[in-house]
Write a protein that binds this ligand. Sequence first.
Ligand code: LIP
Length: 254
Amino acid sequence: MNNELQKKYDFACELAKKAGAIAKDYQDQLLKGNLEIDVKGHQDFVSDADRETERYIRNQIEATYPEDGFLGEESGATAESCAGVWVVDPIDGTTNFLRKQSAWCVSIAYVVNGEPVMGVIYDPSLDELFHALQGEGAYLNDRLIEVYQGSEAFVGLVNLGYSPKMPLENYLNTMQRLLNQGIEHRRHGSAALGLAHVAAGRFDGYREDFINAWDIMAGVVILREAKADVTAKQIEGGYAIQASIPALTALLAG
Ligand code: LIP
């Protein structure tokens, strides 16, 4: 075990929980009507909660690991290229957060030469920390997690994400292909949480045909360590992500 990486992992786990507490406080303010909401685009919102939570995370990382790079949804990327880059979504599931719902999380990944080697996803609503360090297994809080490896028939449940940056028929065709096999789907609007729930066995798959790096990098390493099939394909401006139990991979891919 690389001792330096272990220290970064422990740091990231603690940081995600502290950032989650900050974001949760903002949601409590929201519930009292004390939070301004800005519109970034159609169905794309942001608030001081996103900005300040990311500011906290970025400040902690830059103070502790000044040699590393940073990429955050709200504050962008550091200029210089670094071997190790922290990829952060301070509140994934922003729309849910701003509508006072609970399906949102903090997502922090550490990426080396383009590959995530560490991922931490924290859900403050349930106090659930999904985390993994490459080669060391995936965990929910302190419990080892692994996806179903069998190929027997199963009653599948899939979480789908949708982006208007891709043709609507892609999404509709995926839904139809699943429903034709009697497989139900949900759409929660938080990719990071959806990916974490696949790793924890709450869903049998996740697919979204356009997504940003900060939404998926932590989930990718958690899922790989949970022995899921994971494909994060780089496309223009982002990624196409699919993660599933092995028995569902071909059907979900279409
Ligand atoms: C969200 C993703 C979700 C996607 C939404 C949005 P955000 O991230 O987690 O899967 O469908 O459009 O991008 O904006 O809440 O951090």
